[in-house]
Every structure is written in C-alpha cells, then in structure tokens.
Design a protein around this ligand. Structure first.
Ligand SMILES: Nc1ncnc2c1ncn2[C@@H]1O[C@H](COP(=O)(O)OP(=O)(O)O)[C@@H](O)[C@H]1O
Ligand SMILES: [Mg+2]
Length: 249
C-alpha cells in the first residue's frame, strides 16, 4: 500500500456553535481527480481551508505525503505541495498575466521539487494554460475565463503535488467549463497531480472525475464513482433532485 499524497482523517471545523465540517475523511493519490459536490453551505470551501492550512480543525488529522501537518500554518501546507484556488477570484488586477505567474514561481523557488514533472518557467506555464497571448496584459484586462485559468496557473507555479480547485468554472460558459475539465485532466496526466475539484456544475464534474464525495451539512453523505453516486437515493434526495438530470449534457 502506498501513502496517499493527501489524507484527511475525521476532520471537524467549527465556527462558534456551527459545525461546518463534521468528521470528513478523504484520500487523494497522485494522478487522480476527485470531485466534491454539495449544496451551498455544505462545508466544501471550509474543508478546502482545512486541507490547505487556512483553518485549523477542532479535531481530526491532516497528512501530506504521510507527514502529519495538523495545526501547521498555510505556508507549511504550501511547501509540502498543496496549492489551491479561491472561490472568489484573487488575481492581482494590476500585475500582468506573466508577472502573476512569476510571483507563484518565486514563492516556490525556495522549495526543491525537482523530482516532479512540474512546470518551472513562466512561458511553459502560460503555454500549458493557453494564455501565452495574454502574457503582457494586466490581469484585470483579460476575460473572466482567462482570469480563472490564471488563478490555476498561479497555483501550478508553486509546483504542487495536489491542486485544490474551488469552483474555478463558476460563471463560465458551458464550452469554457469543458475547457477547464480538459485542463484538469492534463494536470493529472501531464503533471502527475492529484486534483480535488469543487464545482457547482454537477454534470460536468461527474463526467470529469474518477471519484466524487458529496458533502451535506458538513458531513460526507456519499463517496464513490460518479455513476454510483448519481444514482444514490440519499444524494438524489438531498442534492441532485431533478435539476442535475436536466443539467446533464
Ligand atoms: N469564517 C466563517 N465564520 C463563520 N461561519 C463560516 C465561516 N466560513 C464558513 N462559514 C459557515 O460554514 C458553513 C459552510 O460554509 P462553506 O464551507 O463556505 O460552504 P460551501 O463552500 O459548501 O458553500 C456555512 O454555514 C457558512 O456560513
Ligand atoms: Mg464554497
């Protein structure tokens, strides 16, 4: 048995009296794409905050590459290879696309990850994302879809082992969302990353991931291969309903 790249064990996150994440387990291996779905307020983003060290769980443990990082600050998670995007885009409006990616590379510079097939230069990252022709533009001047790609690029520039994507396809057209899905697969296949992808576009997500976890009121309602989860009566009742069937392409 190999050690998972990322493992969460019975993670609990509380905000005062509210238990936002309630005993969630997750294993993510290299070269896999895992999806997380669930209604608004289910605890998806809070779980990512725990996985990236932005909030400390009230209980439970977090392991990156087998090392117990529970309670460590976010920069320790980042150095260990966890990179993420934010649900609310966080590009630097006045920096150019190329400068933004360079910023991520400089952050990673102190880290040795030579063993990984990571993209180590700005042009390579921009090419990978299809953003080369926007390199000299300020981030604020590119389309929302390109800003989302840039966010992924800034995360990739930190040379991660695990990439956490929080609704990177929100607000994009169907064609753009499909493009993001292809990019996620390339992160897995060409860079060897483990990707955890939260997305509201359930149909696209279920088509793109190998395994999906359903959160509901902070708890794991179901986990498994997409076809099984989509048929799970509990999941249909709590979340999918008729809307998801309609949303299927
Ligand atoms: N910083 C915070 N302080 C207090 N409550 C929070 C905070 N962040 C999230 N919550 C609450 O935790 C629950 C889960 O939120 P969130 O993780 O954002 O859900 P999701 O991403 O699934 O929509 C919600 O009830 C939300 O209001
Ligand atoms: Mg969220």
């Amino acid at each position: 048995m190999t050690t998972p790249a990322l493992a969460a064990r019975s993670v609990v996150v509380r905000f005062g009296g509210l238990t936002a994440v309630d005993g969630v387990d997750l294993d993510v291996d290299d070269r896999t794409v895992v999806g997380i779905i669930g209604p608004n307020g289910a605890g998806k983003t809070t779980f990512f905050n725990a996985l990236s060290g932005l909030v400390t769980p009230a209980s439970g443990r977090l392991f990156v590459g087998g090392a117990d990082l529970t309670g460590k600050p976010a920069h320790v998670f980042a150095r260990a290879g966890i990179a993420r995007t934010f649900q609310t885009p966080r590009v630097f409006a006045d920096m150019t696309v190329a400068e933004s990616v360079r910023f991520g590379l400089e952050f990673a510079g102190r880290r040795r990850r030579a063993e990984r097939a990571s993209l180590a230069e700005v042009p390579a990252i921009l090419d990978f994302l299809g953003l080369a022709d926007s390199a000299a533009l300020p981030a604020r001047a590119v389309t929302p879809a390109r800003q989302r790609l840039l966010e992924i690029g800034m995360a990739l520039a930190t040379r991660p082992r695990i990439l956490l994507l929080d609704e990177v396809a929100a607000g994009l057209t169907h064609a753009e969302v499909e493009k993001v899905a292809r990019l996620v697969h390339r992160c897995r296949d060409e860079l060897g990353l483990g990707v955890v992808w939260i997305e509201h576009a359930v149909a696209v997500l279920l088509d793109a991931v190998e395994r999906v976890l359903v959160l509901h009121q902070g708890r794991k309602l179901a986990e498994g291969i997409p076809s099984a989860v989509a048929r799970d009566p509990l999941v249909i009742e709590a979340y999918l309903g008729d809307g998801a069937a309609e949303a299927r392409p």
